[in-house]
Design a protein around this ligand. Structure first.
Ligand SMILES: [Zn+2]
Ligand SMILES: [Zn+2]
Length: 286
């Protein structure tokens, strides 16, 4: 849209939201997390940015207005908005509350809403959102802490749930201790798992154990440490977005263990087949 002159530059931008429709709620934005996706879009790393862009899809705030068809929310409610702004509402996924798989999905920013307007995200003062893509935030969850759960949180929680990882006492490895990794540690500890953080940076051990409560720490570039922990983990969540080999990581899984890949390297990952075959391992992206 706006062209090259906006590329990669972050600056104030004045714009109007759409009118609050009958199914919409208006939200005063109080917090918005910063996701790595925002940076990719700002820099047009994926070649799909429509400038000018307003990033931000980890939004929390207070409802200031509700449309006449809205009964689930009222003015003053604490709410959150994640990555989704619209979907087709008609396909099997949409009907089954799995609209995140809809092939007409539109995102909170850099998407195209039903009325043809470009969507703008949460780095702004207010938002108009369709009620179907808004969630309540419970009173005992502070809005600043809730914001990152709306993308980073769901990114790691979803595979944990899908692959039945949330079992107390099971051993989970978390590769990478960035935005996704640290939330994964917190979730896993809250559900009573034994957590091993696997990182290339020995300096992260203190943070992993003392601040976040991880039980063990492995330096992935130390073959001795990695070998000593071979076949010791039930599950692994790999959050690293840099290109890296999955071979040594897969060796850490017990037989029939599962690895979920949630980082998004911009080049294909290297995936050796022997550990998968001999360990009867399962691998998933999500
Ligand atoms: Zn995100
Ligand atoms: Zn759909």
């Amino acid at each position: 849209m706006g062209g090259e002159r906006f590329m990669g530059k972050v600056a104030p931008f004045v714009f109007k939201r759409r009118e609050n429709g009958v199914d919409d709620v208006m939200i005063k934005i109080l917090y918005c997390g910063m996701c790595h996706t925002d940076l990719h879009h700002i820099n047009n790393d994926w070649g799909i940015t429509m400038y000018p862009l307003v990033p931000g899809h980890e939004i929390t705030g207070i409802i200031t207005k509700v449309g006449s068809n809205v009964s689930k929310f009222k003015v003053g409610d604490k709410v959150g908005v994640g990555c989704l702004a619209a979907s087709c509402l008609n396909c099997d996924f949409c009907k089954n509350s799995e609209e995140n798989y809809c092939n007409q999905l539109q995102f909170t920013y850099n998407g195209i809403f039903w009325d043809g307007s470009i969507t703008y995200g949460g780095y702004s003062q207010m938002l108009v959102a369709d009620k179907r893509y808004v969630v309540h935030i419970p009173d005992n969850l502070p809005l600043d802490k809730a914001a990152p759960l709306l993308c980073a949180g769901i990114t790691v929680f979803s595979p944990m749930k899908q692959h039945n990882m949330l079992q107390p006492g099971k051993k989970l490895g978390i590769v990478g201790l960035g935005g996704l990794g640290h939330i994964a540690v917190k979730f896993a500890k809250a559900f009573g798992l034994h957590v091993t953080v696997i990182s290339t940076s020995p300096s992260k051990e203190k943070e992993a154990k003392e601040r976040l409560g991880a039980d063990d720490f492995l330096v992935s570039t130390d073959p001795k440490q990695m070998q000593a922990s071979a076949r010791s983990l039930d599950y692994i969540i790999d959050t690293v977005s840099a290109v890296h080999s999955l071979g040594p990581i897969l060796e850490l899984l017990k037989i029939r263990g599962a690895l979920a890949l949630v980082g998004a390297p911009d080049k294909p990952v290297e995936l050796p087949s022997f550990p998968l075959i001999f360990g009867e391992l399962t691998m998933n992206e999500s």
